[in-house]
Design a protein around this ligand. Structure first.
Ligand code: NI
Ligand code: MN
Length: 225
């Protein structure tokens, strides 16, 4: 399995069986993404919530690739009403897809689409793919139930925001790593805009002080999991 990071909260998982799963594909309007939407394919698109910096270019990509959206019910309905395939889920629920399992978690955040439709609750996502568990927290503040998420599904890789202002900042994100106890922490949602400037090296140092691993992925970098 491969994990590609485009910057902000946008990742692509390429499974061992070559299924492509795109998460929060904010690319064309994203000043830090080295990759544009025309160069990214997706069998599935997962949206953690409806904000513009997460829906991003999802519709454009889905149109070209005939992708299926996977999101919480209200946001999935919004995708369906725009003519796209969608699999409706909700927080606490898991489902086995042809690439692996997806389970939605809580996230403390808002969710309104750029054209002012209510997107349901903001969410995080736990993936179980090719024998590994990945947790993309979505945009969220720190919450103690991250401990429960890590206990129910031991997490190998945790992608979490460190940019502050709209989400956890570095110190809260370090606490989130302590609570969730993943094998590796990967920071996201920082340095896209001046208001979410943060130093990922400071985050890495603080995570390592806990005795935990951290990988700071370069924008555009792909790693093998
Ligand atoms: Ni947001
Ligand atoms: Mn955001």
């Amino acid at each position: 399995m491969k994990l590609r990071y485009f910057s902000h909260s946008a990742f692509q998982i390429i499974t061992g069986s070559n299924k492509k799963i795109l998460i929060d594909p904010f690319l064309d309007g994203n000043p830090t993404s080295p990759v544009k939407s025309d160069d990214v394919d997706a069998d599935y698109i997962i949206l953690t919530h409806a904000h513009g910096d997460h829906i991003g270019d999802a519709f454009k990509i889905a149109k070209r690739c005939n992708s299926t959206f996977i999101c919480v019910n209200e946001l999935a309905n919004y995708c369906s009403s725009n003519g796209f395939n969608a699999h409706n889920m909700h927080i606490g629920g898991g489902h086995n897809f042809d690439f692996g399992r997806v389970k939605f978690t809580i996230a403390h955040h808002g969710s309104l689409t750029p054209d002012n439709h209510y997107g349901g609750e903001a969410s995080g996502v736990v993936f179980s793919i090719d024998g590994k568990n990945l947790y993309h927290t979505g945009d969220t503040g720190l919450f103690y139930d991250m401990k429960l998420i890590g206990e129910m599904t031991p997490i190998d890789y945790m992608m979490l925001p460190i940019g502050d202002n709209f989400t956890m900042g570095i110190n809260d994100a370090v606490k989130a790593v302590e609570l969730t106890n993943p094998g590796v922490a990967i920071p996201m949602h920082y340095n896209t805009f001046p208001v979410i400037a943060a130093d990922p090296k400071e985050f890495k140092q603080k995570v390592e002080k806990l005795g935990k691993k951290c990988i700071v992925m370069d924008f555009g970098q792909q790693i093998e999991l």
